[in-house]
Ligand binder design. Sequence first.
Ligand code: AMP
Ligand code: ZN
Length: 694
Amino acid sequence: MERIEEHIEELRRAIAQHEHAYYVLSSPTISDYDFDQLVKELEALEQQHPELVTPDSPTQRVGSDSTEGFVQVAHRYPMLSLGNTYSYEEVEAFYQRVEKELGGKRFTIDAELKYDGLSISLIYEQGRLTQAITRGDGTMGDDVTKNVRTIRSIPLRLQGTGWPDELEMRGEILLPFAEFDRINAARAAEGLPLFANPRNAASGTLKQLDPEVVAERRLDAYFYYVPAHPELPDSHYERLELCRSWGLKVSHAIQQCTSLEAILEFLDRWEVARHQAPVATDGVVLKVDSIAEQEELGYTAKSPRWAIAYKFAAEQAKTTLRSVDFQVGRTGAVTPVANLDAVSLSGTQVRRASLHNADFIASFDLHLGDQVFVEKGGEIIPKIVGVASEERQPGAALVLFPSHCPACGAPLHRSEGEAAYYCTNQMGCPPQQTARIEHYAGRKAADIRIGEETIALLFEHGLVKNIADLYRLSVEDLLGLPGFQQRSASRLVESIAASKERPLRALLFGLGIRFVGETVAKTLVRYYPSVDALSKASVEELTQLPDIGKVIAQSVVDFFASEDNCRFIAELHALGLALQRLPEEEPLEVKAHAEIEGKSFVISGVFTQHSREEYKQMIESLGGKNSSSISSKTDYVLAGANMGPAKLAKAEQLGITILSEKDFLELIGSAAPTPSVDEPTTAASPVEDLFPLT
Ligand code: AMP
Ligand code: ZN
């Protein structure tokens, strides 16, 4: 019995560690499959021994819809939903009902955008943000105050004057498209799973237990409603203007309408213009402006009778599946892409859609010629979301995932627990090679001025089969190719030669080692002066570095364990690439500081005087060390605002000295550089910039 108890405890510890690596550090230390196996084993044991189940077991997290770690609180005023309409007729019916019920009085309707994120209720007491609660079931929600505090566009203190002592404010938390793209690009470079759309990404982020992770993903928020507060003006529009003057972000995409025509004109305009908005919107909300009239119209059990949501035309279309391409990417992963009969979807012509992977194709039982439903959310590539299988033509051919690489014929392989199939011919598979060359030539890597088409052309003519071949190109070689003149040929050769001088971190990133994105490459270069030095590093050694987990470390070691790769690096050396750190990449000059030298620091939370990166550099330049996790070896925790509660508890438990930002700056005294000024803590973006269209 004791043995089983110990084993259960061991499993729980392992699971918790992997979860932390995945959700908090975003640097997984185990495959999804292996992780699931651990959880299953634990579940099985707990089922056999229910008396050993504890509330903090990782199994108790699964399936509960409110996130553990957040306190549930009651809303003072319920967060209602809105009646939905999909047609102008229904909008007209709403308008007429309001007109009738208000007894023919003149009235104003405010038209504003419906933001597609997560609703949030903020409470300001004496002008200070004290609570942020998610909608939950409308009556009770999660207290996510710590996470919400990290959102730069939400003021922690109201500006101006005239705010009520207790202000409650409703709005929407969103991840702007640009930020969504940035996060997904970074995740792709590090081989992490991508977020499906900005809304999912925003909700995943808000439910993070560690506010630091939330702070790194720059969420945004728009505000659109003040419940109750009889002391405020009787006009919804004026209330929002006041809120704007208090520093809350209220969009200018709002209009006071005194006729049905004006409302329909607003709908027409935004049905198109919304595609230029920086955040996702899914409709327009129409609200009776006068609060007294709102009260007159009242509420149903679920929604106000004084407001309605007009939903933009569903961004879904039905079309015919013509064929499926199996594309081979840089890593050898084979991605199925559907070719469709062109169909118009949210203002663009769609001809291709993502099919994700083999399981996805199988689950839809896809046949050529099928009528499929395509949808476009926040993501760039539309996706297939359904099949009208009852309309299938007899004799239609089943779509099969190939067993061999469509580009080079090598067998495909899928590792246990992975969704993707990979071409096994790493070195000889043409699309893998061209994609690798493209990646290497990229602006953040070797920065060679060469386009995709030119790479394809060089490849076809047998001039460039891999990255090393680029350095063998001569002007004469190029002059024999279509489209090349003396000038363009020498320019390309010069650009290739210049790339030899690129910083090591850029070239290392360009090599395309799995999980070695820009950030990881930069870290590696700080500790290893050359690719040769890095090639000798062990997993144990690499995992000592900040933010390098087992998965990344193993991937680096595997890369250099391959004979092909070693030959390739030797070739690059022979062609004149030093693959050494440049002087400007040298680690900071260390001026040992008596209090800092040899001390181990963990930085946590959000800072106001300097950025996190600046603090890390300060610590290193004074002879200290940075580490990402708290252990008995940690000397100091530099804690900003909103430090994760788990970290705080651990630091306290281990009796580690916790320094505030101020303490730290005092400690290092005159060694502190002048503060950077570009990081205000609570400033809202200028509202004029919100919707450049209006
Ligand atoms: P639904 O969830 O479809 O019932 O729509 C109601 C939700 O729309 C509200 O709970 C808000 O989260 C959201 N919403 C987005 N923009 C607005 C807005 N401008 N005014 C009111 N609600 C909005
Ligand atoms: Zn292949």
